[in-house]
Design a binder for this molecule. Structure first.
Ligand code: ATP
Length: 219
């Protein structure tokens, strides 16, 4: 087998309602640690059983564009918002694989909580046909994996980022990243009470948000 040398492309999905440094800092760490060609932030539609995002898809995307404008390597990928209704990750990965060709490593980033529920995802076993999975962890992560998932993982888990660069898809890596004490939920709550969220997100995003988002008094 010939070694794969092209720098990987990675994807981080989320609601980004709104984007904040808790999203950006781990993304930047992974850009550097994995030597990525680019990391795509992929805002998604929210499934019907979850409360709808407060901001429209267009506004969440516009804030994300502001957030990444000065950060080389981070890009916004709005493909999931261009289709009506929630998208399946497996379809997003397949579409991206078609775009980047069969050789370049593709990495889907997910939190360890989401990983524990992986078997509920649509066609979950096909995910590693198109991409590697990178599961972000932080100190104190706990929780047993369902036995079938543990068996599936045992056949795919690798210990180093180099292993992800050596093949286009197929492996799972657990990687520690910083976890900042910031959540979009806490940001929306602060704004609704009229507090500033300056410092929790890039200044350009705060400039947009303070024009009147999430109930913050318009300036
Ligand atoms: P909400 O509070 O509305 O649920 P959130 O701030 O958790 O939102 P999401 O858009 O749901 O943000 O998260 C997108 C991705 O970013 C997920 O993989 C999530 O695990 C990760 N993430 C969110 N906040 C942090 C944080 N503070 N540190 C590290 N990763 C984070």
């Amino acid at each position: 087998m010939t070694a794969v040398t092209a720098a990987p492309v990675a994807l981080l999905g989320g609601t980004f309602d709104p984007v904040h440094y808790g999203h950006l800092r781990p993304a930047i760490e992974l850009l550097e640690k994995l030597n990525l060609a680019e990391l795509r932030l992929v805002p998604g539609q929210v499934p019907p059983h979850r409360p709808p995002p407060r901001l429209s898809a267009e506004r969440r995307c516009a804030l994300l564009e502001q957030a990444v404008a000065d950060i080389p390597g981070l890009v916004v990928d709005s493909r999931e918002l261009e289709r009506p209704g929630p998208s399946y990750t497996v379809d997003t990965l397949r579409a991206l694989r078609d775009e980047i060709g069969p050789e370049r490593p593709l990495i889907f980033i997910m939190g360890s909580d989401a990983f524990r529920g992986l078997m509920q995802w649509h066609r979950w076993e096909a995910l590693t046909r198109y991409a590697h999975l990178l599961v972000t962890t932080r100190g104190g992560d706990s929780g047993e994996l369902p036995p079938a998932l543990a068996t599936w993982l045992a056949a795919r888990e690798v210990e180093t980022a180099e292993r992800l660069r050596a093949a286009p898809a197929g492996s799972v890596l657990f990687q520690a990243v910083s976890r900042l004490q910031i959540s979009a939920t806490a940001i929306r709550r602060l704004l609704a009470r009229g507090y500033s969220v300056r410092g929790l997100m890039p200044e350009a995003v705060w400039r947009e948000v303070r024009r009147g988002c999430y109930g913050y008094p318009q300036i």
